[in-house]
Design a protein around this ligand. Structure first.
Ligand code: PRX
Length: 644
């Protein structure tokens, strides 16, 4: 069964696109009609990119959890909302029906209330990929608290920064998390993060790994105890409910921290109604989701992909979403294919890094796996190279499943540029066409629109001309940062930070970041953040970090480091530096290569010429461009010779 706003043909796409540009209010209102509101909007959209101020469905009242859960109960109550596949395939799969999800979310809402959480409060969530994580975010949304999920790979220091920035008084975590062979001691990382913290009032700890944890009297409580207590409170005369808070369309739903060009991650804020409409609309149309299908997004809920396409989008659409706790290579490299086979997955949405890494194992892990249930494949997070695209197409989709290459960002909430599965054509390594409501434009350095000369393909910085419902509203606690980062580079445009090509048919190909942000295995990391972490190491005087092409991760991190004094054991010093970065940010930010240098190529004004460092890291040692502006051109030769 399809949805009233489902696009079923290329003509319908063109028609929807045209209407979305010419009459955005009527277009989005006709979609929003199909959701549950406590009160409808007074105005569909009001905006200016100067401040910026963007408001969608102004005046409307709703609760997103009614849209994700309650409204499905009559028709889908016994249908699976979540299928949870544990890290260890020997452990029992958990199937969470919409009825069960409703009960659990009501319980969490009650538990949060019992623990003093109020509407508008920030709740940090640092959990593994367990269904309780979904209950936790939806429980927050049910009472109107703002969740801020922190990816389980971040260090204590990163958590501390985020908790402080969000002024969060509440944390939900697990004792530990399973990741392949490893157990990550989440609660103990939280404890480290909170040494000296005086503002966090309550930590709720879910037991997953039975890892011994310290529980501080008066602050720390067990999820299981609290949920049991709440269970009795949400059941009245045999009926379960927790009255959802009535929220304003523009109340914040969540904060999600992401890296930018500066050293400090930004708390991207999304608000309720626009987010809900955009992720549901894009979920249904990009994947051409049909009711009853099984959708498997392999991301972690610690990133925006998990928020939008494991949790909110699929649940608002009444879909069945597979949630996976483990990693693609445990217990072996056939794990994804086992899950597809076992649960008869119809849509598989993963990252090019995972595809490239699984490609490396050849086709043996695919043997005996029935992938015939697959209908649509998706790619997200980084450019997909043609080799990976064709492998995915041939070996996984067996050349019968459209591949959607979906371009978007934490700031955009949902997919902005992608082909629509089976509806609009795909083009290997091209994200192709904008979704209805999305108006991309390529500009040059000065903000002038780049226009083609005849049929040529053009290149430029990718911007968006007008707001779509999921656009970032602010950066938490610092609106000016939101303005300068996204809306000040070019007048009246949202600037994505990405470069792109556009062909004569209007297809876009994303070429990668044009700012100092790296994309490592589909995860964003700012070079300045990594440099700050390296510079924390006692022996380091200065460092410069650039990206370089990496066969599996897409990009690797290359660090040029100046030491205070030469160390006799350079290998050991490198390990110390890696350890420092792991402590400060997390293992995901560890440089792949470290080169010790005695100086960096700087201009007379002291600016590091990263262009040169990038070229050397990429292996290009001849055409380094003009080096005459350098303070000490000799340093370039030294760096070239010492390349690792
Ligand atoms: O550079 C683009 C790249 O990932 C960045 C956004 O990262 P993040 O906010 O962490 O969100 C990742 C999940 C949406 C973008 O600025 N990116 C994302 N999707 C694609 C992509 N690059 C090329 N092709 C894509 N399909």
């Amino acid at each position: 069964m399809s949805y009233p706003y489902q696009i079923n043909s290329i003509e319908e796409y063109k028609e929807a696109y045209k209407k979305s540009i010419e009459q955005p209010d009527a277009f989005w209102a006709s979609i929003a009609e199909h959701f549950t509101w406590k009160k409808k909007w007074d105005k569909v959209v009001e905006w200016n990119f100067k401040e910026p101020k963007v408001e969608w469905f102004k005046g409307a009242k709703l609760n997103i959890t009614e849209n994700c859960i309650d409204r499905h109960l009559d028709t889908l109550g016994d249908k699976p909302a979540l299928i949870w596949e544990p890290n260890n395939p020997e452990e029992r799969v958990r199937v969470v029906t919409y009825n069960r999800l409703h009960k659990r979310v009501c319980q969490v809402a009650q538990m949060l209330k019992n623990n003093g959480v109020k509407k508008g409060d920030r709740v940090c969530i640092y959990m593994g990929m367990v269904p309780e994580l979904v209950y936790a975010i939806l429980g927050c949304a049910r009472i109107g608290a703002i969740h801020s999920v922190i990816f389980g790979g971040f260090s204590a220091q990163s958590i501390a920064d985020r908790v402080t920035d969000a002024h969060a008084e509440f944390i939900i975590t697990c004792d530990g998390a399973y990741r392949g062979e490893k157990v990550i001691p989440l609660k103990s990382v939280i404890d480290d993060a909170l040494i000296n913290n005086t503002t966090v009032k309550r930590i709720i700890v879910f037991t997953r790994t039975r890892t011994p944890v310290s529980m501080l009297k008066g602050r720390d409580v067990w999820w299981e105890d609290e949920m049991e207590h709440a269970e009795q409170q949400v059941e009245i005369n045999g009926k379960i409910n927790f009255e959802p808070a009535i929220m304003d369309a523009e109340d914040p739903l969540f904060i999600l921290y992401t890296s930018g060009s500066t050293g400090k991650p930004k708390g991207v804020v999304h608000t309720i109604a626009g987010y809900m409409i955009f992720v549901t609309y894009s979920f249904v149309n990009v994947f051409n989701y049909q009711q009853g299908q099984i959708h498997f997004c392999t991301a972690d809920i610690g990133w925006v992909t998990g928020h939008s396409y494991i949790a909110y989008g699929p649940l608002c659409a009444g879909a069945t979403s597979v949630m996976f706790e483990g990693i693609p290579t445990f217990p072996d490299a056939g794990r994804f294919w086992d899950i597809v086979d076992k649960h008869q997955v119809n849509i598989l949405y993963t990252a090019p890094t995972a595809i490239r890494s699984l490609m490396g194992f050849g086709t043996q892990p695919l043997e005996g796996k029935n992938l015939s249930s697959l209908k649509v494949l998706g790619s997200v997070g980084e450019p997909i190279n043609e080799e990976a695209w064709h492998w995915y197409d041939e070996h996984i989709g067996k050349k019968r499943c459209p591949i959607v290459d979906t371009w978007w960002q934490t700031e955009t909430a949902g997919i902005l540029i992608s082909n629509l599965a089976g509806i609009t054509p795909s083009k290997p390594s091209w994200a192709t066409l904008p979704l209805p409501g999305v108006q991309p434009i390529l500009v040059d350095e000065n903000g002038n629109e780049v226009l083609p000369n005849g049929n040529e393909t053009i290149a430029g910085n990718l911007c968006i001309k007008a707001p779509w419902p999921g656009i970032i509203r602010t950066t938490y606690g610092d609106h000016e940062r939101c303005r300068t980062n996204y809306f000040a580079t070019y007048d009246n445009l949202y600037f994505s930070g990405d470069g792109a090509l556009k062909d004569e048919n209007g297809n876009y190909r994303i070429t990668g970041r044009v700012d100092d942000v790296l994309n490592i295995s589909g995860h964003r990391i700012g070079t300045a953040e990594v440099e700050n972490a390296i510079n924390m190491h006692a022996g380091v005087v200065e460092s410069a970090v650039v990206g370089y092409p990496h066969n599996i991760k897409g990009q690797g991190i290359y660090a040029y480091v100046i030491l205070g004094q030469k160390h006799s054991d350079e290998e050991l010093t490198k390990k110390d530096i890696l350890q420092t970065v792991t402590r400060i940010i997390g293992a995901i930010a560890k440089p792949d290569k470290i080169q010790f240098v005695t100086g960096l190529p700087k201009t007379r004004s002291g600016k590091i010429m990263r262009r040169i460092l990038r070229k050397i890291a990429e292996g290009e040692t001849e055409n380094l461009g003009d080096t005459t502006a350098l303070l000490d051109p000799n340093i370039v030769n030294e760096i070239k010779e010492g390349r690792v």
